[in-house]
Write a protein that binds this ligand. Structure first.
Ligand SMILES: [Zn+2]
Length: 238
């Protein structure tokens, strides 16, 4: 069984042409059409929490993972309505020290956008959505000593659980950067899954702590998305 896990960042109107990383901002209309297409084809969009039994082979079905990196406020404003309309769920990976802040780790590279406040996160959770961790400060784990990396990985889990009152069982490596040591630390911290930026779909038996994903960009058309999801198009690129 192949299970695609979609990777989104921002769902918002596009910034000015020429803005770096503009391609990662998917319009609300495109996102709504993408969720509609999944529904039309008989698929369910699921959070990592709800996808877990499928990844473990305990359940079978037409399912697609839906994930958002970084915890932008526009996720709750612009993605949540389309998700709830179809009865879908999704996981948003938050940066624990930056609740109510901005993506300041991108300072000087892209315009900073607001991240979800505590109230936004609670609204996300109360709508049945899942919350995952993206470290304490959006750290590049590769650049840290092992004890510092563990603090980012385990500390963010603890902080998010305390701040938002829910289990944090799913992790996402910032910048997609990690090695075998970090995989081990994610396991030690008690996470069940971890997603990367490597391209591809999940296949039965794949490692749950180094999951590949399917990136959806601003320019991704519905036809391209269908190819990525339902053919070997994405897998062939490793
Ligand atoms: Zn990120």
């Amino acid at each position: 069984m192949n299970i695609p896990i979609l990777m989104y960042h921002q769902i918002d109107e596009p910034p000015a042409r020429g803005t770096p990383l503009r391609g990662l901002v998917v319009s609300p209309q495109s996102f709504a059409r993408q969720m509609w297409m999944l529904k039309l084809l008989g698929y369910r969009g699921l959070s990592m929490r709800d996808l877990e039994p499928y990844l473990k082979g305990e359940k079978q079905g037409k399912v697609v993972g839906v994930t958002f990196d970084d915890g932008y406020q526009n996720n709750v404003r612009n993605a949540l309505p389309a998700l709830t309309k179809h009865g879908f769920t999704a996981t948003c990976y938050g940066v624990s020290s930056m609740i109510g802040g901005t993506n300041s780790w991108d300072h000087g590279i892209v315009a900073e956008k607001p991240l979800m406040s505590s109230d936004d996160w609670r609204a996300w959770r109360d709508a049945g959505m899942d919350i995952g961790s993206h470290t304490r400060t959006h750290a590049n784990l590769i650049q840290l000593a092992a004890d510092e990396a563990f603090d980012q990985i385990a500390g963010s889990k603890r902080e998010l659980e305390q701040a938002l009152g829910c289990d944090i069982r799913h992790f996402c490596y910032p910048y997609g950067r990690f090695d075998a040591t970090h995989r081990g630390l994610v396991h030690k911290a008690g996470y069940v899954t971890a997603t990367t930026t490597r391209r591809g779909r999940f296949h039965a038996g794949d490692d749950l702590l180094t999951l590949k994903r399917v990136m959806v960009a601003r320019a991704t058309t519905l036809a391209q998305l269908a190819l990525k999801l339902f053919t070997t198009y994405e897998d062939a690129r490793g």
